[in-house]
Ligand binder design. Structure first.
Ligand code: ZN
Length: 209
């Protein structure tokens, strides 16, 4: 493997064997020859697919953060639980550090991630922003580990289970939107890897040069 540029190599996430990347035909997968884990794949119409998914994900995030996730009634008092309400309440109760961390992990990072992702896909679709797409893909890689909105959904479900018997709970529009958002977000970040977007960027700008 001497004199091979780093972006032509890929390491197996399972057994850490180093492989040389080859160009795949559409809809084909590359497997590790040691442990048979999928290393990467060639997606069909990746630009259109990822752009459409990114826009759908952004819309579901706006719905999930604008409307009530659940309505809870305890002793005749109804309370709407919305995404911003969670950290606004934390700040209101003077849990500043927790409020800051929670708002960062469940709101600002997921929002920033999906806005940047959508913008990158629009730029790639239009074949523009050679330098900007490179910088934004680096930002996406830095943000990715901090996107923890799934954990927020799990914590809501745990809290709701504890409230059963004490409170009347009604699921709001944003609850469905939040689940759809998380599923789309997982698909966008796990199924379509950032390396696929780097390859896509190379393809777009090589073709235009
Ligand atoms: Zn392997």
């Amino acid at each position: 493997m001497k004199n091979v540029s780093l972006d032509k190599l890929i390491i197996c996430p399972e057994c850490h064997t180093l492989h040389r990347r080859i160009k795949l035909k559409k809809a084909k997968f590359a497997y590790c020859d040691v442990c048979e884990k999928v290393l990467y794949q060639c997606h069909d119409d990746l630009i259109e697919k990822a752009l459409a998914l990114a826009i759908a994900t952004l819309i579901t995030f706006i719905v999930a953060s604008s409307f009530s996730i659940v309505e809870i009634e305890i002793n005749g008092i109804w309370q709407d639980l919305t995404l911003p309400f969670v950290f606004v309440t934390l700040f209101h109760e003077e849990f500043f550090v927790v409020g800051l961390i929670v708002s960062f992990l469940i709101f600002f990072v997921p929002l920033l991630y999906i806005v940047i992702y959508t913008y990158v896909m629009i730029l790639l679709y239009l074949g523009r922003g050679y330098d900007l797409t490179r910088k934004l893909l680096i930002v996406l890689a830095m943000l990715k580990p901090w996107n923890m909105i799934e954990i927020f959904l799990i914590s809501i479900l745990v809290a709701l289970v504890k409230l059963i018997g004490y409170a009347q709970i009604t699921f709001g529009v944003a609850f469905g939107a939040l689940i759809v958002f998380i599923l789309l977000d997982i698909y966008l970040t796990k199924k379509i890897q950032l390396t696929d977007l780097w390859d896509l960027r190379d393809e777009v700008f090589d073709a235009n040069r």
